[in-house]
Design a protein around this ligand. Structure first.
Ligand SMILES: [Zn+2]
Length: 332
C-alpha cells in the first residue's frame, strides 16, 4: 500500500452580480475545477445569502473528499469593507442597504470567508494570474453594464479609509453630462457603461437614418446591444463607428486621469465592453497619450483582461490564497 497523497489545495470563489451568482472551485494555479451559475433572487438580501450558502455547501459536499478547500472568497457589488465584512448599497441589488455578510457566514462554514468589491476581485485575478501578473502597479477597469475599478499598488488592492476606494467609473467627466446610476451627472460610467452606450446609440438614431443600427432598431429595439454596436462598427456602419469613437474617447480620457494620478505600469480593461477589443483599445490609447502627462504615459501598457466571465470566481479564490498567511480572517 502506498501512502495516500495529500489533497490538493483549492478555494471557492463566488461572484455576486445583479443577474447571476457565479460559483466555482479553483486550484492554486488559478485553474477552474468546477463552475456554475445561479439566477440572483430578487427581494431581501437574505434570499441572496441563502443562494450563496447553498452553492458553497454543494461544492463542499461534492469536492471536499478530493480537495482541501481552504476557504471562500466573495465579490460583491457596492461599497465593501473587507475588514468589517459589510456590503453597502450594491447598485444592482436595490433591496440591499447595509448588511454584515460575514456575521451571517461565520456560523455556516468551518473555513474562513473573505469578501471584497467585485471589481477589486477581478483586479486581484488579473494581477495574480492574468494580464498583470508581471506588474506591481496596475489600474483595472471593468466595463460592463456599469464601470468598476481596482487600484493595485505594489500587488495589493488599495481600499482607502472605509474600503470603498477605486470607484473609477464615477469620476466626473462632464458635470452637465448624462445622469448616472449613482445620482450624479456625467460620470465616466454614464459615457462608457453598457446601458448608457445603448441609450446614447438610440438617441442618435434620427441623425443616422441610413445606419445598420437604425435598421436593427426598426426590426426590434431590443436588438441594439453593445455587442451589435461593436459588430456594426466592424462592418463600417457610420453610427457604429461614431459610437465606437465616442466610447474610446471617453475611455481614453478616464485612462489619462488614472495615469496622472497613479502612475501605473499597466491599465487592464475587462468586462463585456472590453470584447470590443483592438478597435476600442487602439483608439483609447491615442486619447490617453494625448491627455495624459507625457512623462507618465510613456511605457504604460493598456491591455485587455485575460479572464472573461469567470474572472470573479477566479479572483474570489485568489482572495483566499492571498489572505491565507495573513491574520485577516473574517471568521470569528
Ligand atoms: Zn456615477
Amino acid at each position: 500500500m502506498t501512502e495516500p497523497h495529500a489533497k490538493p489545495d483549492t478555494a471557492i470563489g463566488i461572484d455576486i452580480g445583479g443577474t447571476f451568482i457565479k460559483a466555482g472551485l479553483v486550484d492554486t494555479d488559478g485553474n477552474i475545477i468546477y463552475f456554475n451559475k445561479f439566477e440572483t433572487p430578487s427581494g431581501k438580501p437574505s434570499a441572496i445569502l441563502d443562494v450563496i450558502i447553498t452553492a458553497i455547501n454543494s461544492i463542499v459536499n461534492d469536492y471536499s473528499g478530493q480537495y482541501n478547500i481552504e476557504g471562500a472568497g466573495l465579490g460583491f457589488p457596492g461599497i465593501v469593507n473587507p475588514i468589517e465584512g459589510t456590503v453597502k448599497y450594491p447598485p444592482n441589488l436595490p433591496s440591499w442597504h447595509h448588511e454584515n455578510v460575514v456575521e451571517k457566514f461565520a456560523s455556516e462554514f468551518n473555513f474562513p470567508v473573505y469578501i471584497d468589491n467585485d471589481a477589486n476581485v477581478m483586479g486581484i485575478a488579473e494581477s495574480t494570474w492574468g494580464a498583470g501578473k508581471e506588474h506591481r502597479f496596475i489600474i483595472c477597469l471593468t466595463l460592463g453594464t456599469g464601470v468598476g475599478g481596482a487600484i493595485i499598488i505594489d500587488k495589493q488592492v488599495y481600499h482607502g479609509a472605509n474600503g470603498g476606494a477605486g470607484e473609477l467609473g464615477h469620476i466626473t467627466i462632464n458635470p452637465r453630462g448624462p445622469l448616472c446610476a449613482c445620482g450624479n451627472r456625467g460620470c465616466l460610467e454614464s459615457y462608457i457603461g453598457g446601458k448608457y452606450i445603448v441609450r446614447r446609440t438610440l438617441s442618435y438614431l434620427k441623425r443616422f437614418p441610413d445606419s445598420y443600427l437604425h435598421e436593427l432598431y426598426i426590426r426590434d429595439k431590443n436588438l441594439v446591444t453593445p455587442k451589435e454596436i461593436s459588430r456594426a462598427a466592424e462592418m463600417g456602419d457610420i453610427l457604429g463607428l461614431e459610437i465606437l469613437s465616442e466610447v474610446a474617447f471617453f475611455l481614453g480620457i478616464g485612462i489619462a486621469n488614472f495615469i496622472n494620478i497613479f502612475n501605473p505600469e499597466m491599465i487592464i480593461i475587462g468586462g463585456g465592453i472590453s470584447n470590443w477589443g483592438k478597435p476600442l483599445l487602439s483608439r483609447a490609447r491615442i486619447t490617453a497619450r494625448k491627455y495624459g502627462m507625457k512623462g507618465l504615459c510613456e511605457g504604460v501598457r493598456i491591455v485587455q483582461a485575460k479572464f472573461k466571465n469567470q474572472a470573479g470566481v477566479i479572483g474570489g479564490a485568489c482572495l483566499v490564497f492571498n489572505n491565507k498567511n495573513r491574520n485577516t480572517s473574517l471568521k470569528k
